[in-house]
Design a protein around this ligand. Structure first.
Ligand SMILES: Cc1cc2nc3c(=O)[nH]c(=O)nc-3n(C[C@H](O)[C@H](O)[C@H](O)COP(=O)(O)OP(=O)(O)OC[C@H]3O[C@@H](n4cnc5c(N)ncnc54)[C@H](O)[C@@H]3O)c2cc1C
Length: 403
């Protein structure tokens, strides 16, 4: 496919677009696709020369896939991923709670395991098919509000160029320039704990059919099969090494996983650590500035909600912007975005906070109470269903419905 030439930053008059999207992570790519398909003029810029190409978020939930149907990408994601239907919680060898994701009220029932770099590649492919592209190696280095919208200064190795946009959307991650420029607070806290993540080759006694989460006095460890045949291991750790190796992951599984039939790790394909923050932007819009994804909310990776919540933000915002810019709706409709999506993020922060709190609980008596509570929940189908609906995002379906 022939693409128009890269944004020639050194020369030329200022560019004018309806929407400037800062950041081509999963949310930027999804929003750009939505706008491109609606015929809205937009520019998607990312400072990285290439995508991050790392595994990071490894699960896509049913509600996210339902929403991504608008882009026609859900089937492709499902083809490349591994759909699992079972999720169980253990205290080492003792089962506490067993959840099932095969009968959810969704066309995409299940937990779709797929590394984030593949998700991003498929979203970029969808954008290209709609005739859009990512301007890579292009940093948005300043933004100023004008009576007509925003004037942005973009820099690349070729030089600098001015872009006038009616709206600017920050899909630019946790340290968002858009959020800072708009003067929007990011309330919450940062924690001492880190999460360790690793995609490993291993023998695993519990097989490839389910996600298993183990509590132990030493902390949490989660094991989830990936479509490549590898496994994702996630664990909490007060002081995590920067690039955990085979011995680090083996030690975590030995200390926290099942005491019999535990995993035997033979190689680490990718590993990282992840510092814990719980924050949500005080507003999702101020004038011509909008926030989505990690720019708007960050939280514990427990339950794999981060990227999922951001992708739904992007699709909802894309629909609202397209409706307003094409004249189908009044400008006041733009505020609907925050009304729908900020409460959804607050619910996700509550959910992931509770999961993390349970996982890092200290003291034998408290852990006994926790385990007893989970075993009781396991006996109540309605309680299990509530947790399944929360984790799959389907309990937040109304927050994606643009009436
Ligand atoms: C190590 C790690 C592990 C993770 N694991 C999980 C997990 O297991 N489950 C889960 O749900 N989530 C996980 N996450 C979080 C998940 O990756 C994010 O929620 C998701 O990437 C957020 O997408 P986003 O589009 O909002 O922002 P990002 O993916 O952060 O993308 C932001 C983009 O903006 C670009 N950018 C920033 N500033 C500028 C600028 N001024 N000009 C131009 N471009 C700019 C950046 O280059 C970047 O590409 C993990 C994250 C990390 C780092």
């Amino acid at each position: 496919m022939t693409q128009r030439p890269l944004l020639t930053l050194a020369t030329g008059d200022p560019l004018t677009v309806d929407v400037l999207i800062v950041g081509a992570g999963p949310t930027g790519l999804a929003l750009a696709s939505m706008l491109q398909r609606s015929g809205i003029s937009m520019l998607l810029a990312d400072k990285l020369e290439a995508g991050l190409n790392t595994s990071r978020a490894a699960v896509i939930h049913a509600h996210t896939l339902d929403v991504l149907e608008t882009l026609g990408v859900s089937g492709r994601l499902a083809e490349r991923g591994l759909t699992l239907y079972r999720f169980s919680l253990w205290d080492r060898d003792s089962a506490l709670l067993r959840l099932r994701f095969d009968s959810l009220p969704s066309k995409h029932s299940g937990l779709l395991m797929l590394p984030q770099d593949v998700t991003e590649a498929l979203l970029a492919e969808t954008l290209a098919e709609a005739g859009g592209r990512v301007e890579r190696g292009v940093t948005v280095d300043s933004l100023s509000e004008t009576p007509r919208g925003v004037t942005a200064s973009l820099v690349s190795s070729e030089g600098r160029r001015t872009v006038h946009a009616r709206f600017v959307v920050g899909g630019d991650g946790m340290h968002s320039l858009v959020r800072q420029t708009a003067g929007i607070g990011f309330s919450g806290t940062s924690y001492e704990e880190s999460f360790v993540l690793a995609d490993v080759e291993m023998e695993w006694g519990k097989g490839r059919g389910e996600v298993t989460l183990f509590f132990s006095p030493a902390g949490l460890v989660v094991v989830a099969p990936l479509p490549s045949g590898a496994y994702r291991v996630v664990a909490t750790l007060e002081r995590a090494p920067e690039r955990p190796g085979v011995a680090d992951i083996q030690a975590l599984l030995d200390a926290r996983g099942p005491s019999r039939d535990g995993g035997r790790v033979s190689a680490v394909h990718w590993s990282s650590r992840f510092r814990l923050h719980h924050r949500v932007a005080d507003r999702y819009r101020r004038g011509p500035f909008f926030l989505m994804g990690d720019a708007a909310h960050v939280h514990s990776p427990a339950g794999g909600q981060g990227m999922n919540t951001g992708l739904v933000d992007a699709c909802v915002l894309g629909q609202i912007l397209a409706d307003v810019l094409s004249g189908r709706r009044e400008e006041g409709h733009l505020d609907k975005y925050e009304t729908l999506r900020r409460p959804a993020a607050q619910q996700v922060l509550g959910l992931t906070g509770r999961l993390t709190h349970m996982a890092v609980m200290k003291g034998a008596p408290r852990r006994l109470v926790r385990n007893a509570a989970l075993r009781t929940l396991n006996l109540i189908p309605a309680a299990r269903r509530r947790i399944e609906m929360n984790l799959s995002g389907l309990s937040r379906e109304a927050a994606a419905r643009i009436a």
